[in-house]
Structures are given as structure tokens and as C-alpha cells.
Ligand binder design. Structure first.
Ligand code: MN
Length: 453
């Protein structure tokens, strides 16, 4: 049903929302970009921040675009005059080490920059001047793409909310506000880290249900959360909400987010004000931000609300025919230390699709700013754990193992109720549609280190 709805609108949406940069006929002179398997064909062109490995500190970071197995240095492209003719603000933004100023540009400026990069990487006549600005991916180190302003984490999967609710309130899993208001909390921006950064098991206060008093020590129930992050473009002044009709233009791009969670700390601290130290020790993002422009062919209608469900209030209602959802296949993989030592590959914990979300990023942006709160370029809104309907589609161990009660088995016979030290979690995302070039997100990866003594 949901799937059919998505398919129906493919041709129309592809025509409405795409331009020459999405054409399946477009190929790059960077040959690795033309492989069917790459996440980064010329139709994608995601932005990130990188440094050449072993480069002198003075050389610093630059904005890059992923193309096949290479990174295009957008900063040096600008310095070489290859972005001339674009706005002065675009050329300035391109020379900075992080994406915040790019995200402050207007939609038309962002579209023009994408078109220029697409042409430079496809036109064989440009190869000689552009090739010196390319670096093999294995020779660069990826950095955090933004100087993260504010970070807000939502709770937009009704399956996740229902699963988690059922662990605590079997008779009444979903609270009455859920279908009316996009639930979220203010997260911590300083501990957002880029993929590949290790995650130290946090210390904290936790209390077992049968214990008389809480104790302080290493988290015993460390978990991951499969999420999608939305990086904010443009700014609304304090006191001036972004209406839902304009909310789509506030999406600079999306990345994969792992909202690492300490379930035992969370259970003890969350009432009455919500998550705090159970979440703020680390949040991993993938290094590449896939732009709203690249994702245009993968937009689709939202899931249909049932007859017993309320329609969203007007300020959260998308226009008829809008396609606020994103068709993104997501998966989570685990590799334990023992699995790596045995030379085994990571195994999949779950796979789901982002199009099932109950609330769209457009609704989250309209809601977040509805009280006048100012969202700024480089703010991060995360979706909340993305879960589907069945156990193999759940986006956290909390749900998969029912809070540890039903452990899963790994190759080699190990079991997991929650994460152990040495476990590596990898998130992946890929967009696929008939008649459209597939694009991917790369990965968001992190390995659990033991708690500090
Ligand atoms: Mn979360």
C-alpha cells in the first residue's frame, strides 16, 4: 500500500523535481563514479569536510565533494577561479573548512553550485583543469561537516515510539500526544562526532529495578539508534516561524546519525524532563551530507494516516500532492572484536526504510520554529530511531532484544543483549528507484571503547 503510493508518483516527481544533474545519461570522467555500486555517482555530489592525510597542519580542512572513490577539493576549486560567475557569497562559502556558510546560501545559489560541480566533473573538456583538485578517498581524513549549532533529536517513527512504550506501558504504549505533536528534546551539539571516531562507554548513575539505591559506574546497557539527520539551511529570525510551505527549503541535506544511548542511565534519569546524560556522551554522523537537491528524485508521499488517526493541525499540514518523505533504505551492521579477529565480515542487525516515518522533516522544522525558535544554518535535527513493523526492521537493540530480555546471536556463537566493548556499529543508507540513478550515504561507523577506570 505505502509502496504502491510511492511508485505511482515516481514519474511525476522525477519530472517536477529534477534537472540535468539527475539525468541517468550523465557520466563522469572520474571513472570510479560510473560503477553501479558506488554511493557517489555524479548524480549525488554530497558535501563534507576533509583534510589530506599527513598534510601540514597549516593546510587545514576544506570542503569536499565525494565523486566515486575520490574527493573533489571545492576550496581549491574556488581559489583556482573555477567557481567564478557564481555569487560572491558562494565563492566565499566554498573556501571555508565547514559547510555552515554553504547552508546559509539561498536555494538558487545552492542549485547553481551543484550545477557547476556537475558540469566540471562530467565535461571531458574540464578534466585537465579539475583533475589536480581531486584526491583519492583513502588519502583523506573526513571531519565533522558542520560546526554544529544546535542539535535536536525527534521521535518521528511511530513504530519505534510504540515499541519503546510497550516495554514500559504494555497496555497503553503510545501516549495521547504522539499523533498530534512531533515529540523531541534538545540534544547536545558539542558531542556530535564524525564517523570513525571511537565511542567511550559512558559512566553514569543508574539503578537496577530491584536495587534499593542507585550507584555510579560504567553504563551496562549501551545501545545504538539508527537515525537520519537533517542539516538546516537558511535562518529564520527569532520570533518568526518558518511556515510548513517554506520548510522544505530549510533542508540543506541529510546524513546518517547514530544516537548512542545508555539505556540504564536513561531509565533512571529521564523523568520528568527527558533524556540528558544518557544521550549527550556521543552522537555519530556520517561525513557526507547528501543534499536536498540530490534527494529530489527519491521524495515520496508520507504514510497515509488511518481513519482513526487525527489529521495534523493546519500548521503541520503539507499541501495536497506534497512529497515530504524520503525513500531511503537503511541498515545497521555489527562487528564484534571476536568477529574481526576471526576475519569475519560485519553482519546485519536490521534493515528498514525512512519513508515510513510518521512525521516529516518539513513538519519537524515547522513545529520546531512554530514558537518563534530560530533555526540556523548548521543546526542538526535528527529523526529519532527509525523502526519498521517487524523485529528485523527495528532500529535499536532496546527494541530488537526487548531491553535485553531476548538476546541475539552473532556468528561464532556470541550473544548480545546490549553492546559490548569492542563492538563496531555501522549505519548505511541507499536510495533506489526504477529509472533513477541510485545514490548512497556512505556510512556512519563507531567502535565502543571500555569505560574509563
Ligand atoms: Mn534518538
Amino acid at each position: 500500500m505505502r509502496r504502491a503510493q510511492c511508485e505511482e508518483s515516481v514519474e511525476e516527481s522525477v519530472q517536477q523535481q529534477t534537472d540535468g544533474t539527475h539525468s541517468t545519461k550523465l557520466i563522469s570522467w572520474v571513472e570510479s563514479a560510473n560503477s553501479d555500486h558506488t554511493d557517489f555517482p555524479i548524480q549525488n555530489l554530497p558535501y563534507g569536510s576533509f583534510r589530506r592525510r599527513g598534510a601540514k597542519q597549516a593546510e587545514g580542512a576544506a570542503i569536499g565533494v565525494a565523486i566515486g572513490e575520490c574527493v573533489l577539493d571545492v576550496g581549491s576549486l574556488a581559489t583556482a577561479g573555477l567557481l567564478s560567475g557564481l555569487s560572491a557569497a558562494t565563492e566565499r562559502a566554498a573556501r571555508l573548512p565547514v559547510l555552515n556558510r554553504l547552508a546559509a546560501l539561498s536555494k538558487s545559489e545552492r542549485v547553481a553550485l551543484r550545477a557547476r560541480i556537475s558540469r566540471l566533473l562530467s565535461d571531458a573538456g574540464e578534466r585537465a583543469v579539475v583533475e589536480p583538485h581531486l584526491h583519492p578517498m583513502e588519502e583523506v581524513e573526513m571531519l565533522l561537516p558542520f560546526e554544529v549549532g544546535d542539535y535536536t533529536d525527534f521521535y518521528a517513527s511511530i513504530e519505534h515510539a510504540t515499541n519503546v512504550g510497550s516495554l514500559f506501558r504494555p497496555d497503553n504504549p503510545l501516549l495521547p500526544n504522539y499523533r498530534w505533536v512531533p515529540i523531541g528534546y534538545h540534544g547536545r551539539a558539542s558531542s556530535v562526532i564524525v564517523s570513525g571516531t571511537d565511542v567511550r562507554r559512558p559512566l553514569g548513575q543508574r539503578k537496577a529495578p530491584d536495587a534499593e539505591a542507585p550507584s555510579f559506574g560504567p553504563c551496562r546497557m549501551l545501545d545504538y539508534e539508527l537515525e537520519v539527520g537533517c542539516w538546516i539551511a537558511g535562518a529564520n529570525p527569532l520570533g518568526e516561524p518558518t511556515p510548513i510551505a517554506e520548510a522544505e527549503d530549510r533542508i540543506f541535506g541529510l546524513s546518517l546519525v547514530n544516537d548512542w544511548s545508555a539505556r540504564d542511565i536513561q531509565a533512571w534519569e529521564y523523568q520528568p524532563l527527558g533524556p540528558f546524560l544518557a544521550k549527550s556522551f556521543a552522537t555519530t554522523t556520517s561525513p557526507w551530507v547528501v543534499t536536498a537537491e540530490a534527494l529530489a528524485p527519491f521524495r515520496c508521499a508520507m504514510r497515509q494516516r488511518g481513519e482513526d488517526e487525527p489529521e495534523p493541525l493546519e500548521y503541520l499540514s503539507h499541501a495536497d500532492g506534497a512529497r515530504p518523505a524520503f525513500d531511503i533504505e537503511l541498515e545497521v551492521l555489527i562487528s564484534s572484536r571476536a568477529m574481526r579477529e576471526a576475519g569475519g565480515d560485519p553482519v546485519r542487525l536490521s534493515a528498514t526504510n525512512f519513508r515510513h516515518m510518521y512525521w516529516s522533516f518539513g513538519q519537524m522544522i515547522a513545529h520546531h520554529s512554530s514558537n518563534g525558535c530560530d533555526l540556523r544554518p548548521g543546526d542538526l535535527l535528527a529523526s529519532g530511531t527509525v523502526s519498521g513493523e517487524s523485529r528485523d526492521q527495528f532500529g535499536a537493540l532496546l527494541e530488537i532484544t526487548r531491553r535485553g530480555a531476548e538476546p541475539i546471536e552473532l556468528p561464532g556463537g556470541e550473544t548480545r543483549a546490549m553492546l559490548e566493548d569492542g563492538d563496531e556499529i555501522t549505519l548505511r543508507g541507499r536510495c533506489r528507484r526504477e529509472g533513477v540513478r541510485s545514490i548512497g550515504f556512505g556510512s556512519a561507523r563507531g567502535t565502543v571503547l571500555p569505560a574509563r577506570a
